[in-house]
Design a protein around this ligand. Structure first.
Ligand code: GDP
Ligand code: IMO
Ligand code: MG
Length: 429
């Protein structure tokens, strides 16, 4: 298959992992390029369920190579837990799972800082996952971070760790006025063992990827989070701390744009969000409750209930623009099975004016009133459908309405259930 970047088009949890797992069948190399263990990527195949936070979602296939790229902030403890879980389910990762030596480490004091920062913000907090993501990316751009490759030289690592630890201890106690009860020696003892386990995975992955591509291997670049959590283009400050857009696949794993043929946007056919921030089509009523229940909309990382709302075409049009999408993968169509009627947001009204484009100004977005078009629901179970032709007419109409409102991007995949088999292709690449 052509090389493709897979990105979320909303606020995350669109079903990226499910689609990546499906497309892995036709690919050789699967690479995570940003984010960290804030991601919760669910794969269900033959009744076996895994939630990955760092390991790429293609790992279930024994002959595929998976890479964690340099753009990821990397939590060794979480990574090794996932490796253990895979191994205990007889999925061997030996010789086919690598981590970039240039990826920055998320260390226990980053998580402590994340928590302290959120507590200090009080009501105005972001609602982070608490996985230390913001502090780790801040240290990276402040040029004070510690990288995965630093684990190779234990004495050098200890020196860097101690300097950071001392700084974070003072920061958290004096600036955030929060308790800091981490034990430096205990963590170093733990990391001495972690280092031993990590060494076989550490690699110059940019070089590995280039060589694999030169041999004609096909690559899937796995995005985390979603377009509107992007640090630049998302609903700032209620965003994550990395660039989540497709373009970041390049610096996030060390390849050039010429190594990407397609950009696949994962579009959930309604909208969800975890954490704080504006959400124009949010439903704070029994319909929202129904979407949460039918869609199992609870965070895969934190277990928090996801906020739910109608499909928002204003967002997806923006996602097409920002990512240069060449295909859609529509997910969770089955979740709407019981709906009498379905609303589609076609545009917003802001200060009495009709608005077609997603506003870059978060304050304007907070004032956005969604304008809806209503379509009829199909009121039947679609989870056994095998092709688009098997879908009821109302479901097909809904899909094509979405497409028409969003620049007519061709639909690669329709997903009608959480299992790998509940997937069909419409316009392959
Ligand atoms: P990701 O972060 O984008 O990979 O998505 P998550 O794994 O956090 O959340 C998606 C959830 O929806 C998971 O529980 C999936 O198993 C589930 N899922 C994915 N696709 C479908 C689908 O088409 N229908 C249903 N009912 N569930 C789905
Ligand atoms: P996947 O890859 C949904 C949200 C958090 C919070 C904000 C900042 O599974 O789609 P952070 O911990 O990154 O500093 O939190 O971003 N968030 C996600 N929401 N899915 C995710 O990942 C998310 N990763 C972060 O809830 O609002
Ligand atoms: Mg998720």
């Amino acid at each position: 298959m052509a090389n493709a970047v897979i990105v979320g088009t909303q606020w995350g949890d669109e079903g990226k992992a499910k689609v990546i797992d499906y497309l892995t069948q036709k690919s050789d190399l699967i690479i995570r390029f940003q984010g960290g263990a804030n991601a919760g990527h669910t794969v269900i195949a033959d009744g076996q369920k895994f939630i990955f936070h760092l390991v790429p979602s293609g790992i279930m296939y024994p002959d595929k190579v998976c890479i964690v790229g340099n753009g990821v902030v990397f939590d060794c403890e979480q990574f090794l837990r996932e490796v253990d879980e895979l191994e205990s389910n007889n999925i061997s990762v030996d010789g086919r799972l690598f981590v970039s030596d240039l990826a920055h480490l998320v260390l226990p004091f980053h998580k402590a800082q994340d928590g302290a920062s959120e507590s200090k913000m009080g009501e105005g907090k972001i609602g982070t996952t608490g996985r230390g993501i913001g502090p780790a990316y801040s240290d990276k751009t402040s040029r004070t971070g510690i990288r995965v490759g630093d684990l190779r030289d234990w004495d050098g690592f200890v020196k860097k760790f101690k300097a950071c630890f001392e700084f974070k201890s003072r920061l958290i106690k004096t600036m955030y006025h929060s308790p800091f009860d981490l034990d430096e020696e205990k963590i170093l003892d733990q990391y001495r063992l972690i280092r031993e386990r990590m060494l076989p995975y550490i690699n110059d992955t940019a070089c590995y990827i280039y060589e694999a591509a030169s041999k004609g291997k096909s690559i899937l670049y796995e995005g985390a989070q979603g377009t509107f959590l992007d640090i630049d283009h998302g609903t700032y400050p209620f965003v994550t701390s990395s660039n989540t857009l497709a373009g970041y696949a390049c610096p996030g794993c060390g390849v050039g744009p010429s190594m990407i043929d397609h950009v696949i946007g994962i579009v959930k056919v309604y909208t969800t969000r975890v954490g704080n921030g504006p959400f124009p089509t949010e439903l704070n009523d029994s319909l929202g409750e129904m979407l949460r229940k039918e869609g199992g909309e609870f965070g895969a990382t934190t277990g928090r209930p996801r906020r739910c709302g109608w499909f928002d075409s204003v967002m997806i049009r923006k996602a097409v623009q920002l990512n240069g999408l060449t295909r859609f993968a529509l997910t969770k169509l089955d979740v709407l099975n019981k709906m009498e009627e379905i609303q589609i947001c076609t545009h917003y009204e802001i200060d009495g004016k009709k608005v077609e484009q997603f506003p870059s100004d978060t304050l304007a977005l907070e004032k956005a009133v969604p304008i809806y078009e209503t379509v009829k629901g199909w009121k039947c179970d679609i989870s056994e459908c095998k092709t688009i032709k098997d879908l009821p007419a109302e479901a097909i109409k809904y899909i094509y309405k979405i497409q028409e409102l969003c620049y007519n991007i061709p639909i690669l995949i329709i997903s009608i259930g959480p299992d790998r088999n509940q997937t069909f292709e419409v316009e392959p690449i």
